[in-house]
Every structure is written in C-alpha cells, then in structure tokens.
Design a protein around this ligand. Structure first.
Ligand code: AP5
Ligand code: ZN
Length: 216
C-alpha cells in the first residue's frame, strides 16, 4: 500500500510515518529528512538547499523529484509513505509518472487536518532524536528521561533551525499557496481521505490504520 501524508508543517506527518514504519514495515520517504541529510553532507546541493530551508521556502521541484526518483527503485517493504512530498502540482504529476514506471499505484492520500493556531505550539515545542529520527514534544510527547531517546537510547536531541514562529509563517504561506491545491487535485481523483490531526496521536494512528485496512 502506497500513501501520501498531506498536511501543513506540524500536522503530524513525520510522527505518524514513523509509527507506520514500525507497525507495518512501510518505507518512509520524507523529502525534508533527505534534504536535511544532504545539508549535513556538505555537498554543493546541500549548501544551496540549507539557505532555502532556513527561510522556510520550498526547494525546487527538480531537486526533490530527483531525490524521490532515487528511492523508488529500492525495496518497497509494506509500501511507501510519502511524507512531505509532493508539495506542488508539478511534484504530484511527477510522482504519478514515477510510480507508473516502477509498476506501483497510489492507494490513498491522507489529509491531516489541523488548524493554524495549534501548529505554532506543535512546531515551537518539537525536538527530534538525531540518531533515529523519533519525534518528541516538550508538552505532548516528552522523552521519559530528559535528553535521552526512548526508542534508541541515544543522547542526541536536536531542534530544527526552521522551527521558529517567524519561519513557520513563511512555511505556512508556502503551504497555502503551493501545496493546498493538491487537496483538490487528489479529491478529483477520488483518492483524498481527511483525518482529524488535532486528535491524540493514538487516535490519529487509528484513523490512518482504518484507511489502510480499507485499501488492502
Ligand atoms: P519537512 O521536513 O517536510 O517539514 P514540514 O512539512 O514543515 O513538516 P514538519 O516536519 O514540520 O511537521 P510534521 O507534519 O512532520 O509534524 P511532526 O510529526 O514532526 O520540510 C522542511 C523543509 O524542507 C520545507 O520547508 C522545504 O524547505 C523543504 N522541503 C521538504 N520537502 C519538500 C518538497 N517536497 N518540495 C520542496 N521543498 C521541500 O509533529 C510536530 C510536533 O507535534 C512534534 O513535536 C510532535 O511530537 C507533535 N505532535 C504530532 N502529532 C501530535 C498529536 N496528534 N497531538 C499532539 N502533538 C502532536
Ligand atoms: Zn532515537
């Protein structure tokens, strides 16, 4: 089963993708994570994208489509979770073509609905394990022992450079201008299923599981 998790910054895409990897052996394809990796690799591409990401703007379609193309030829396990991709209509068209090339379908597009007011608190309270990528929050999901990852035991918690209230405003504007048209695009294809992203993490996971089960 191949799905897209679609929603604004802080909607919970990464959190739910990680759970699906553990629960269903799915493969998470997060263009945000891939771009952050490119950034730390010190490559020329990495340096270019770092500045764009820190401003909260979208990286070019060409770059992210290239990243996804590389990963799609790999093993799909229980299916792909597209997390933070596609984000423009051009990316959505490219994904359709790439999936067709590898003989795969898109089974569902899950719209994670959250209102803007909640996103500020989500984003400014977030921290992530630098070793395994598990996502935490100062209030809603603190690590059991401060600074130590519950999932892998590493002490490498990091906060993202773009997780400020000011940059979030730019990220949200980019979402409304360039990404929200995808809701209509996938609705018209009969693929869109809305999920209440404001519910507790377990409830959101349950709602997504129900969508996946209905496709199997
Ligand atoms: P990306 O890394 O994709 O960031 P994003 O879309 O802004 O999404 P986030 O990772 O911020 O949020 P999330 O929805 O994953 O929420 P999370 O689960 O962490 O992109 C970063 C940048 O890279 C972009 O700005 C752009 O520059 C570039 N980029 C990436 N992809 C691109 C593309 N395709 N094209 C062009 N450019 C691209 O949750 C947030 C917090 O809330 C956490 O602390 C979590 O613990 C908490 N939380 C989650 N769920 C709940 C819940 N149900 N209840 C309470 N708290 C919760
Ligand atoms: Zn960890």
């Amino acid at each position: 089963t191949n799905i897209i998790l679609l929603g604004p910054p802080g909607a919970g895409k990464g959190t739910q993708a990680k759970r699906l990897v553990d629960a269903r052996n799915m493969v998470q394809l997060s263009t945000g994570d891939m771009l952050r990796e490119a950034k730390t690799s010190g490559s020329e591409m990495g340096r270019k994208v770092a500045a764009i990401m820190e401003r909260g703007e979208l990286v070019t379609d060409e770059v992210v489509i290239g990243l996804i193309r590389e990963k799609l030829s790999g093993a799909a396990g229980g299916g792909f979770i597209f997390d933070g991709f596609p984000r423009t209509l051009a990316q959505a068209d490219a994904l359709g073509d790439l999936l067709a090339e590898v003989g795969q379908n898109l089974d569902a597009v899950i719209e994670m609905q959250v209102d803007d007011a909640a996103l500020v608190a989500r984003i400014t309270g977030r921290y992530t394990c630098g070793a395994c990528g598990s996502v935490y929050h100062d209030q809603t999901r603190p690590a059991a022992v401060e600074g130590v990852c519950d999932d892998c035991g590493a002490s490498q918690m990091v906060r993202r450079a773009d997780d400020t209230e000011e940059t979030l405003r730019t990220r949200l504007m980019e979402y409304y201008k360039k990404t929200s048209p995808l809701l209509g695009y996938y609705y018209a294809k009969g693929a869109l299923t809305p999920v209440d992203g404001l519910a507790a993490m377990d409830e959101v996971a349950g709602a997504i599981a129900a969508v996946l089960d209905s496709k199997n």
